[in-house]
Ligand binder design. Structure first.
Ligand SMILES: Cc1cc2nc3c(=O)[nH]c(=O)nc-3n(C[C@H](O)[C@H](O)[C@H](O)COP(=O)(O)OP(=O)(O)OC[C@H]3O[C@@H](n4cnc5c(N)ncnc54)[C@H](O)[C@@H]3O)c2cc1C
Ligand code: SF4
Length: 493
């Protein structure tokens, strides 16, 4: 079923419908030096599509987890397309994210769009309030359509950025940040490139947003616009992942997680036209920082997704220890307690941030920024320690095991079955499979999602330290100390 520029199919329900909806779009996608004829059928791309498909199937299997009644249409919609009307809505997002992390063991790619809609809901409202612009109404109309059709919407914030010490207008090349090159009565044209775009090829639409605080000289960079993934003028350059070509070798052991993976690509925009109906900011540079801060506020607590993935890693580590016959050893038990301690520490900060949400002027709820930043800052470190512990429990075979071809080899198979055995009652293949899963999550393709994305996604660690520093209220806390120490009197307070 060919998709015309973002307006078909009329409605997607199941994961299978979703996969079909991606076919025949004639996207300009490049991977390993070649243009990909049909991404849906490419063995390196398909696991990332399966991960998004699970967001649809979960909504069908467990509607109370992954669907919600829309405040715009009054109909039940996928939770990824809902604007939070309460703290409970935000908590429910986190619970869904944890479950999807457990089900896929990877990045399921749909949260960037969800967090973009939520942040834009309040920011467009506040731009309109100041400038009498029509952005909020346009956004709600666009979101209603996305909800009715149940589409995947990617969020494109990160520009390629060139020299990081310079503002967009100061760069030698003006295209290093996405900007408007032309406007007429019909709409605007965009040029530039967005980097590391999660699930972009697996989306139906993309919303481009500015990535940093902007000044008056950067007004053409202050643009928020939605366009279909198959709009003319877009080139996708696929990011390769560690061990990704294993999925082209056949077999199901060496890939570690045969069904699911994440996806990132560079999105190059060459004079992409966007009609005014899909423009939600154009030139209001003073709102760029507000948008970035609200988006990252939502997105940094969305990283509780990694605790669902962490649940899988904890299970894999415990299983590997059992297969090795060491699960009763005290240091193993202790490490298996340490892993959930780390995992739940991340979850606690994220879910607390959602619980402490407050309404914005538009009526959309925004979670607590300090706790969101604490959550994401934990996420930049704790999965790495969990990966270390999992590899410790796995033993060296996690990185030295022979390939599936040797395991299936007529001469070597029996030899490996004998010499790679752990506990007598455990099939050797089961032992190798769980080790490959640990390899996949800590060094292989899903380490992109579990480790590097944890480090840089939604902002590198320093970005969270800046936000924590801004909100730590040191003067207030110094006052508390001075009062108890008898330096200030209660009246000074
Ligand atoms: C797997 C993955 C998925 C992602 N998905 C998305 C997505 O879907 N949508 C999206 O918009 N973005 C996405 N991102 C992008 C993510 O937000 C960025 O990686 C992050 O903001 C860091 O930007 P960068 O990668 O360009 O690193 P850089 O900006 O190059 O940072 C590298 C280092 O330099 C430091 N640094 C950067 N600038 C300065 C400065 N001016 N002064 C001092 N130090 C500086 C940083 O703190 C960091 O330590 C994703 C990233 C990853 C890795
Ligand atoms: S990294 Fe997590 S929050 Fe971000 S899109 Fe992937 S699953 Fe969602």
């Amino acid at each position: 079923m060919p998709l015309g520029h973002g307006d078909r199919p009329a409605r997607i329900e199941s994961g299978d419908d979703y996969i079909e909806s991606l076919r025949g779009r004639n996207l300009k996608v490049f991977l390993l030096g070649e243009r990909v004829a049909e991404p849906v059928d490419h063995p390196m791309i398909r696991p990332s599509i399966n991960a998004v498909a699970e967001t649809y199937d979960l909504a069908m299997r467990e509607p109370e987890v992954a669907t919600v009644v829309s405040s715009l249409t009054g109909k039940r919609v996928n939770r990824f397309l809902h604007v939070a009307q309460s703290a409970e809505d935000l908590v429910a997002q986190n619970m869904m994210q944890r479950k999807l992390g457990q089900n896929t063991g990877t990045c399921f790619q749909r949260c960037v769009g969800m967090d973009a809609f939520n942040s834009l809901h309040s920011v467009t409202y506040e731009i309109d309030e100041k400038h009498a612009t029509p952005y909020h109404q346009r956004l709600e109309a666009f979101l209603s359509t996305m909800q009715e059709r149940n589409y995947v919407v990617g969020g494109a914030m990160t520009d390629v950025k060139g020299d990081r010490s310079k503002a967009p207008n100061e760069q030698d090349d003006p295209d290093l940040f996405v900007h408007v090159t032309k406007r007429n009565e019909d709409g605007i044209w965009l040029k530039g490139a967005k980097a590391h775009q999660t699930g972009c090829i697996n989306s139906h639409w993309i919303i481009a947003m500015p990535t940093i605080r902007l000044g008056p000289a950067d007004a053409d960079y202050a643009v928020v616009a939605a366009f279909p993934v198959d709009a003319p003028g877009i080139t996708y350059i696929y990011g390769r992942q560690s061990c990704d070509t294993r999925s082209m070798e056949g077999g199901s052991i060496d890939v570690g997680n045969a069904n699911f993976s994440g996806q990132e690509a560079m999105v190059v925009l060459d004079e992409v036209f966007v009609p005014w109906s899909h423009v939600f900011m154009d030139g209001e540079h003073e709102f760029a920082a507000m948008l970035v801060e609200r988006f990252t506020c939502y997105h940094r607590r969305s990283y509780v997704c990694k605790t669902g993935v962490g649940d899988v890693l904890i299970g894999a580590a415990a299983q590997a220890a059992e297969y090795n016959g060491v699960d009763k050893a005290s240091h193993i038990k202790d490490k298996l307690v340490q892993m959930p301690h780390l995992n739940e520490t991340m979850y606690a900060a994220g879910i607390a941030s959602s619980h402490q949400a407050r309404p914005t002027k538009s009526g959309c709820y925004l979670n607590d920024d300090m706790l969101a930043n604490v959550c994401k800052h934990h996420v930049t470190k704790m999965p790495f320690e969990m990966g270390r512990l999992a590899q410790d429990l796995a033993g060296g075979l996690v990185s030295t095991a022979p390939s599936e071809k040797e395991l299936r080899h007529p001469e070597l198979g029996a030899l490996l079955d004998k010499y790679l055995k752990g506990r007598a009652d455990t099939p050797t293949e089961a032992r190798i499979r769980v080790l490959r899963l640990i390899e996949n999550m800590t060094m292989g393709r899903n380490a992109v999602g579990y480790l590097t994305e944890s480090l840089h996604g939604a902002g590198s660690p320093q970005a969270q330290r800046i936000q924590i520093g801004r909100q730590m209220a040191l003067d207030f806390k110094k006052g508390l100390a001075r009062r108890l120490a008898g330096i200030d009197s209660a009246d000074d307070e």
